[in-house]
Design a binder for this molecule. Structure first.
Ligand SMILES: Cc1ncc(COP(=O)(O)O)c(C=O)c1O
Length: 363
């Protein structure tokens, strides 16, 4: 198994210039070092290395390139107001990564040991964690099949690697920019029995075509629908929340249930945990269809709708293009009070303004 105590650390001796985080385009700048761990069926996991970032050398038949035998994760390291660097609920990312690995027939690993290797990598790269409470260091663990054969089968060789990328503020202006969505059932992100609840590369590559059409229609992201009844599932690469007065007249925060087509987001879980803990309104994992939403809009029962994910924490939704009509969502008119409260609470924890057992110290 992977053992953090076996780490061989030979860091870069030349350093790239660190950019100003405010001007960064997501995922375009990488730090000086990476973590790599090779696996083979014959020998299991090799020793982990932290070494200068370099191109990979892969056999052209590698199964990740042909059959998308590949998975990834997305998490962040934050530099707190006290100067300490923290990870946010990283064990949830490790759990999700292990689940994705099982689904992709990639090798399993010890989640705690991998997390410790990642923690070490961030420690080596700590100067790359932006000195800003509006920016962070994005962590991209990746596991790819490197089986050098064209057979469609469980790989006998794999490579786990982790790269790091400083990222700037999601909302450049410092305040929320609400997004517009395109909802059309002709494209489906995930389906029952598929892989939508795992973070496999194939789910994302195949979504770009619909995203491009959304942009052509003047919308920023896709609202992914599912089924004959047009269930609302996710938005772009975020989980979706609706804060409304439900059909029974109750104040409710609702998000679709984890029924196999929803990616179990760390932010989603955190929002549910916080809201349940506050106990101020009903919190539900339930189905929401487009007709539920349009009826609620007509009856003025919708308060806020927002996406939730590591990239932005929460992202307000102001408009949905559905069946040729623009539906106005009054998220911004309503504050957005609840979305702002989640953003503040989660960033307070991430940037160490508030103590929480949700964070893990890097250094
Ligand atoms: C499809 C999808 N939904 C939701 C999320 C949000 O998950 P998290 O909160 O863990 O970033 C992501 C991002 O990882 C995603 O790719």
């Amino acid at each position: 198994m992977i053992k953090a105590s076996d780490l061989i650390i030979t860091p870069a001796t030349t350093f790239k210039e660190k950019p100003d985080p405010s001007g960064l385009v997501f995922g375009t700048v990488f730090t000086d070092n990476m973590l790599t761990i090779e696996w083979s069926l014959a020998s299991g996991w090799e020793k982990p290395y932290i070494k200068p970032l370099e191109n990979l050398s892969l056999h052209p038949a590698s199964s990740s390139l042909h059959y998308a035998v590949e998975l990834f994760e997305g998490m962040k390291a934050y530099r707190g107001v006290d100067g300490k660097i923290r990870l946010f609920r990283p064990s949830l990312n490790m759990e999700r990564m292990a689940r994705s690995a099982r689904r992709a027939t990639l090798p399993c690993f010890d989640e705690n040991e991998l997390l410790e290797c990642i923690r070490k990598l961030v420690e080596v790269e700590k100067e790359w964690v932006p000195y800003s409470t509006a920016a962070s260091l994005y962590i991209r663990p990746t596991l790819i099949g490197t089986e050098p054969s064209l057979g469609v089968k469980k790989p006998t060789k794999a490579l786990l690697y982790v790269i790091l990328s400083p990222v700037g503020p999601y909302f450049a202006s410092g305040s929320f920019n609400p997004i517009s969505l395109w909802a059309d059932p002709k494209y489906v992100r995930a389906w029952k029995g598929g892989t939508g609840d795992c973070k496999l590369g194939g789910n994302y590559g195949s979504s770009i075509y619909a995203q491009r059409e959304a942009l052509e229609l003047g919308c920023q992201q896709v609202l992914w629908l599912y089924g004959e009844d047009h269930q609302i599932t996710e938005v772009g690469t975020m989980n979706l929340f609706l804060y409304w007065i439900n059909e029974d007249g109750e104040d409710e925060l609702a998000t679709p249930p984890l029924d196999g087509i929803i990616l179990p987001g760390v932010t989603r879980q955190s929002i549910l945990d916080l809201a349940c803990n506050w106990g101020e309104f009903k919190v539900s994992e339930r189905y929401i269809t487009m007709s539920d939403l349009t009826a609620a809009l007509e009856e003025n029962r919708v308060k806020e709708m927002f996406g939730a994910g590591t990239a932005c924490v929460v992202c307000p939704i102001s408009k949905i293009l559905y069946k040729g009509k623009h539906l106005h969502i009054p998220t911004m008119e309503n504050g957005p009070q609840l979305a702002t409260r989640f953003l503040n609470k989660l960033s307070d924890i991430q940037y160490g303004r508030e103590d929480s057992n949700w964070t893990v110290l890097v250094s």
